[in-house]
Design a protein around this ligand. Structure first.
Ligand SMILES: C[S@@+](CC[C@H](N)C(=O)[O-])C[C@H]1O[C@@H](n2cnc3c(N)ncnc32)[C@H](O)[C@@H]1O
Length: 265
């Protein structure tokens, strides 16, 4: 218990985190010193610490100056550490403050904590519903593998303070009727769009077939022209050969006559 108290209470002021002036100006990060926290808690009636079911909320918890003292006091008054931890709730705008607060309350190190964005949180902590004003949830691997829902990063001015218990608001019959009407209208629009695209598809199919036909016609005409040309070329060649042999015959005949005339044979 003493080691626990030491871990919860004795920390460097502001957890030793360096914050620049403009940030401090914007977020008002000046944490309450431990003696002052203790003095303030002394003002509360003792039963708030003796009743293990009493809960505490710190809407701008910083590094957990108040929450850790509450946990200590609850343990000193008979609550187990787990009981005490489950009754404290905190939210802070700054992620590093939340991390410090979680390290402190959950007795773990920075590397044991993973900040989760909305999508990751939905996957890893499925019973957590994304609440208004929430920026980040955290997941710890030590001492247990679990999503933390009592210390969250978010804007305390708009957070719905559901701490993991947020459920979608129940819809009125009027809202449901309106939604069904909207859905039907959207469905109708989609049907019309589908019909249009179907018609366009059919038209383009018809055009494709037309083009194929035209292409076939051109191919056929080309083939006919080619055959005609080949036949003409063959006829021309025949004519040429015939004329050539006719020429040769005339020359031979003339040579024969000359031979006859001069008696060369
Ligand atoms: C004056 S400090 C107090 C911290 C702690 N309550 C304490 O007493 O040690 C103010 C804290 O509120 C946080 N804060 C500022 N604006 C906030 C907001 N809109 N929602 C939640 N936390 C906010 C800051 O990050 C800072 O940790």
């Amino acid at each position: 218990m003493l080691t626990m108290i030491n871990h919860l209470r004795n920390r460097d002021y502001m957890s030793g985190v360096e914050r620049d002036r403009s940030r401090v100006k914007a977020t008002g990060e000046v944490f309450t010193p431990t003696p002052l926290v203790q003095e303030m808690l002394d003002e509360l009636p003792p039963e708030v610490f003796t009743d293990p079911a009493k809960t505490f909320l710190e809407p701008s918890c910083g590094d957990g100056q108040f929450l850790s003292e509450v946990v200590i006091r609850k343990m000193e008054n008979g609550s187990t550490y787990e009981q005490a931890l489950s009754t404290v709730y905190g939210i802070d705008l700054m992620e590093d403050n939340c991390l410090e607060c979680i390290k402190r309350l959950y007795m773990c190190a920075s590397e044991d904590i993973t900040p989760l964005n909305q999508e990751e949180a939905k996957l890893l902590v499925p019973d957590y519903y994304w609440a208004q004003g929430l920026l980040k949830l955290f997941y710890v691997t030590t001492p247990h593998y679990t999503g933390i829902t009592n210390i969250v990063c978010g804007d305390g001015l708009i957070y719905d303070y559901s701490f993991g218990t947020y459920t979608e608001p129940v819809k009125t019959p009027e809202q449901l009727v309106k939604e069904v009407k909207q859905l039907k209208a959207e469905l109708k629009k989609m049907e019309i769009a589908l019909k249009k695209s179907d018609a366009a598809l059919k038209k383009s199919e018809r055009e494709r077939l037309k083009l194929i036909k035209a292409q076939e016609k051109v191919k056929k005409e080309f083939e006919q022209q080619r055959i005609k040309l080949e036949l003409e070329m063959a006829a021309e060649e025949k004519r040429r050969l015939k004329a050539e042999s006719k020429k040769k015959n005339v020359v031979h005949k003339w040579i024969d006559e000359v031979n006859d005339l001069f008696g060369f044979k």
